[in-house]
Design a protein around this ligand. Structure first.
Ligand code: GRF
Length: 212
């Protein structure tokens, strides 16, 4: 939680377009809630998200997987950089690599991810395509803490999105993105305000203070 006078410092990891990073910049960065994006990291030097960060004057770093002997070495180097920048919360916003314990153990319960489906349904890399192919009628967006599994960590916020009979993957993706751009900044705001905790008896259950 942000101490008085000190900002709550975000490190954001992106692999591609970074529209969710943009929503964090537009809604939260250096705003009234005392939240600041202090570092944007990508595994992909061509990620447009890096340009968005540069346009906002935010420091960037690139960690291509191929520059490291293995995943743990890659994630250790990223964790070092995040620590150097005094990051309070690591946000995976369209970061397409699995994050290993080499990073997670350094930021316990301080790494969150955004997933374009209602977990635990449709985990993995292509959830929008998978949801459409399955013929589901409802999907949505999940923001969750990251654990060692793939899309298995405790859920912070979810919101449903209806699938229309004439939807295509692209039209559905567009509506999901609009929800993501609200839900991810909201989750970050709640965490920064110290309002997100865990049920003592069942730590899988996230509790948001002040919400029913
Ligand atoms: C989002 O749909 C996110 O849920 C998924 O990857 C996409 C990233 O979009 N993990 P963008 O790069 O933020 O535009």
């Amino acid at each position: 939680m942000a101490a008085a006078g000190k900002s709550f410092r975000l490190g954001v990891l992106v692999s591609g377009s970074g529209s969710n990073l943009q929503s964090i910049i537009d809604k939260l960065h250096r705003g009234d809630a005392g939240i600041e994006v202090v570092l944007v990291i990508s595994d992909n030097p061509g990620a447009y998200g890096l340009r968005r960060a540069e346009n906002a004057g935010i420091p960037t770093a690139v960690f291509p997987l191929g520059d490291f002997p293995d995943r743990p070495a890659h994630d250790r180097a990223m964790a070092d950089e995040l620590e150097r920048h005094g990051v309070d919360l690591v946000v995976l916003a369209g970061y397409m690599l699995i994050v290993t314990p080499a990073l997670l153990d350094r930021f316990p319960q301080r790494v969150i991810n955004l997933h374009p489906a209602l977990l635990p349904s449709f985990p993995g890399a292509t959830p929008i395509e998978d949801t459409m192919a399955y013929g589901a009628r409802v999907t949505g967006v999940t923001v969750h803490f990251v654990d060692e599994g793939t899309d298995t960590g405790p859920i912070i916020l979810q919101e449903a999105v209806e699938i229309k009979y004439n939807d295509t993957v692209d039209s559905l993706r567009e509506r999901i993105h609009a929800v993501e751009h609200r839900l991810l900044p909201r989750a970050i705001e709640l965490i920064a305000a110290g309002r997100v905790g865990f049920d003592q008896e069942n730590p899988r259950r996230v509790i948001v203070e002040g919400e029913e």
